[in-house]
Design a protein around this ligand. Structure first.
Ligand code: SF4
Ligand code: SF4
Length: 239
């Protein structure tokens, strides 16, 4: 059964349901969604942002990342630092649009669709929502999409494989009562958000229990899921 949007414009979307959407420069709202927003970053977004900027992790974090250690969550959370221009604009937006479009973070790609992956043992259940904010005129016309097709068109299939590996770690039953030490928090950020530094440490011979399981993967797309599984074994060795 389809229900209407809640007060934030969010409504559940069944996998087979369709919505009409098109975002382009001709929209009167063009780039409005790139301002006054809190852009939470997922681990794979750091790979994209390093590729977009050419910066290594220390410089990327210094220039563009806000890290928050919120006690409600086991590990630090990260946000893109907005520009102080009175409109809290994204540092990558200008009048022509997104200047890092091929490397834009996952949240920018998936909008107006939200996806959650819920793990039940080895099985994964996907849930979708549609975000219909008043300022967004993208629903006026455009192609008809089912949520998974829209996300695939936005290049999220491989990205979501990385997201799901991290979600699988964070949804472990042990996480409900887990309090990470400062060292464990640092390891989480290193292995998942700073894969360039993590790779260098692995190549220097650190973390022998990681390399004992096989050579260091050549791509971040392979390294990140393996790092998430490795963190699970490290944090919960007896399970
Ligand atoms: S507000 Fe909606 S239609 Fe307008 S630019 Fe953003 S996503 Fe596109
Ligand atoms: S990264 Fe690009 S799409 Fe995302 S908020 Fe910034 S300018 Fe907009």
């Amino acid at each position: 059964m389809t229900t209407g949007p809640d007060m934030n414009g969010i409504m559940p979307l069944a996998a087979g349901e369709t919505f009409r959407f098109a975002c382009h420069r001709g929209r009167p709202c063009f780039t409005e969604c790139c301002r006054m927003l809190e852009l939470a970053l997922h681990p794979y977004d750091f790979v994209l942002l390093r590729r977009a900027t050419g910066l290594d992790s220390p410089k990327l974090f210094e220039r563009f990342i806000i890290e928050e250690d919120d006690r409600r969550y086991p590990f630090p959370r990260h946000y893109l630092a907005m520009v102080d221009d009175g409109r809290a604009s994204c540092p990558f937006v200008d009048a022509k649009g997104c200047q890092i479009y091929p490397f834009r973070p996952a949240a920018c790609r998936s909008y107006p669709v939200g996806r959650a992956a819920l793990f039940h043992g080895q099985a994964v259940e996907e849930r979708f929502v549609l975000v219909r904010e008043e300022h967004c005129r993208g629903f006026a016309d455009g192609a008809l999409y089912r949520p998974a097709d829209y996300l695939a068109e936005q290049g999220l299939t491989a990205i979501n494989r990385c997201h799901d590996a991290v979600a699988r770690l964070l949804q472990r039953p042990e996480m409900r009562t887990f309090t990470a030490s400062d060292e464990e928090k640092r390891l989480y950020v290193l292995a998942l958000c700073q894969t360039d530094l993590f790779r260098a440490r692995l190549q220097d011979g650190d973390f022998a229990d990681f390399t004992a399981a096989g050579p260091v993967p050549a791509s971040d797309e392979e390294l990140l899921p393996r790092a998430a599984a490795w963190l699970g074994r490290k944090f919960f060795p007896s399970s």
